[in-house]
Design a protein around this ligand. Structure first.
Ligand code: TEU
Ligand code: CA
Length: 555
């Protein structure tokens, strides 16, 4: 395994709309990010990933881009971006931008031209069909095909109808995209996070999706996930753009399995550095998809994570995440946002950061921000949440009460409430009216309070990051799950040269006994971090509620 900076880095994800508003219009912006660079430096992050900052009509909060080389006016100007890049680089922070090129906005000039009836240079930039070819549905509900009155043809949109899919089979389109990527790289950015990049190649015959039993819905995944030319296009992109820079790439891989992820991230394949995979964050889901209000099963979560850890070992590389702008808050989800809020937030951080891979922290995770519970679906802003409410209550027989309970657990808006900076109105996010309400618990949970308090969740994250810089085993060690069937403890070891690292996490709200495996007995071990008062090393350990401990053993 080659040693590289992106394996040794910790990434911090910023959702600019909800991060910090610098001009009082209630919308986070680039000026706000600049104000907080010192905070991010103090935390110890190496790379900042910005969710899309480009010009967009915001049908899907910027994941619908109408101009790739312009900044969204609400976020600022290109001068602001240049200042942000410079400010970040001065502090040794790298910048990774979100690249959304499976689709654009329907307001992009390429689509505006493409939809014209007469021949034009962009006519094959999108996927047009005379007749509606099949029963595929979009990820946000409804048919994936939309009839365009102007062109009198149907276009494909795997997401909203304002997000038409590009036709990657067209080499001219691909060149345009590589040129745009090169333009950003030449500006000096340090990498790309690539939105649903494994959906770019569709099976050209557009076969009918299979009807999902007992529902009026269909499954298109086999025809869009890692389609026939995906590897060719990623290799071409790598050759033409990625390989020319010392940069970092992470692809989002919807519905991707371990083998597919290994093929993409294999160092010898020259595609992408790592992928975001979904299996562990779909752990509560059922045959109806992700919308569930069931508590997760720890044995299943461990099995999934271990499978991915082992599956990419030796060839590819993992990305490690609990949260992002599409996921609920982890302390509410896998921890306890009540009595053991602080302990469980720190335990979950330990559990993730000691695994093999590059860890990602989503804004607010480092201070233990929690889910929200709005009363009615009308108070939610997210396009996916609204579409799911409609689908489940209208067609799948869910009551309003049941669906609201699922939304409280799973909605993407849980992650999108404004960052809680201070104990002042609107959590110090804005001096105006925020575009989306701040979680009322900002008086208790906010960054200012935690930066001051050495024992806070913030400082705990900081320590985890520092450990990664001090001990190579955390980055490069092999992973092995211990006690797979234990329903309360998540225990794993890492091995590197003549060292072992033992991570023990208690996922229960009560004390649980942990017996050290035979091979660890009578060994000298040093505790590296613990979310309670530091604990000694014994053959039988009483793990307190949500306790986490990491031990280093020299063999
Ligand atoms: O997400 C991929 C995606 O399909 C999401 O809908 C995801 O599956 C879901 O939110 C998890 O429940 C990416 C972006 O991260 C997301 O914000 C965009 O809405 C989507 O692509 C379309 O660009
Ligand atoms: Ca603003």
């Amino acid at each position: 395994m080659k040693k590289t900076w992106w394996k040794e880095s910790v990434v911090y994800q910023i959702y600019p709309r909800s991060f910090k508003d610098s001009n009082g219009d209630g919308i986070g912006d680039l000026g706000g990010i600049i104000e907080k660079l010192d905070y991010l430096k103090e935390l110890g992050a190496d790379v900042l990933w910005l969710s899309p900052i480009y010009q967009s009509p915001n049908d899907d909060n910027g994941y619908d881009i109408s101009s790739y080389q312009e900044i969204m006016s609400e976020f600022g100007t290109m001068e602001d971006f240049d200042a942000l890049l410079e400010g970040a680089h001065q502090r040794g922070l790298k910048i990774m931008l979100d690249l959304v090129v499976n689709h654009s906005s329907d307001e992009h000039e390429w689509f505006q031209m493409s939809r014209r009836k007469e021949a034009n240079p962009c006519q094959d930039f999108y996927i047009w069909e005379k007749e509606k070819p099949n029963n595929w549905e979009s990820y946000f509900g409804g048919s994936a095909w939309e009839y365009d009155e102007e062109k009198e043809m149907y276009y494909l949109h795997l997401f909203s109808k304002k997000q038409p899919d590009f036709n990657w089979d067209n080499p001219k389109l691909r060149q345009k995209i590589y040129e745009m990527m090169t333009w950003w790289m030449e500006k000096g950015i340090d990498g790309f996070r690539m939105d649903v990049i494994n959906l770019i190649s569709k099976v050209p015959e557009f076969p009918e999706g299979e009807v999902i039993e007992g529902t009026p819905y269909t499954e298109k995944a086999p025809y869009v996930v890692c389609g026939p030319h995906m590897h060719d296009y990623l290799k071409e992109m790598n050759e033409q753009v990625l390989s020319r820079y010392d940069m970092m790439t992470v692809g989002e891989g919807l519905g991707l399995d371990v083998d597919q992820a290994r093929n993409i991230t294999d160092e010898n394949e020259n595609e992408l550095n790592m992928m975001f995979t979904f299996e562990h964050v779909n752990v509560e889901g059922d045959e109806n998809g992700k919308w569930s209000d069931q508590r997760f099963d720890l044995v299943k979560l461990k099995e999934i994570l271990a499978k991915w850890q082992e599956g990419l070992a030796g060839a590819g590389w993992n990305s490690l995440y609990w949260e992002n702008h599409d996921q609920p808050r982890v302390v509410s989800r896998f921890g306890d946002d009540g009595v053991f809020w602080e302990e469980s937030a720190k335990m979950l951080a330990t559990c993730l950061h000691m695994m093999r891979g590059t860890p990602y922290i989503y804004q607010g995770e480092e201070i233990g921000m929690t889910n929200i519970r709005l009363k009615s679906v009308d108070e939610y802003k997210d396009i996916e949440t609204k579409a799911a409410y409609e689908r489940y209550t209208k067609y799948l027989g869910y009551s309003d009460e049941k669906m609201m309970s699922c939304i409280h657990a799973m909605s993407r808006d849980n992650a999108r409430t404004p960052m809680q900076w201070e104990d002042s109105p609107h959590g110090g996010f804005t001096s105006g009216i925020p575009w989306f309400g701040v979680n009322p618990n900002y008086t208790k949970i906010n960054a200012a309070a935690q930066v001051k308090d050495e024992a806070s969740i913030f400082h705990y994250y900081k320590q985890l990051i520092q450990l990664r810089k001090r001990f190579e085993i955390i980055v490069y060690g092999d992973f092995q799950l211990l006690l797979p069937a234990d329903r309360n403890l998540f225990v794993y070891e890492r091995s590197y040269e003549d060292q072992k690292l033992l991570t023990v996490c208690n996922f229960a709200a009560e004390s649980i006994e942990f017996e050290v495996p035979d091979s660890y007995r009578e060994k000298e071990a040093r505790i590296l971090i613990c979310n309670y008062e530091m604990a000694g090393y014994e053959n039988v350990m009483q793990m307190r509620p949500y306790e986490a401990r990491v031990y280093l053993l020299e063999l």
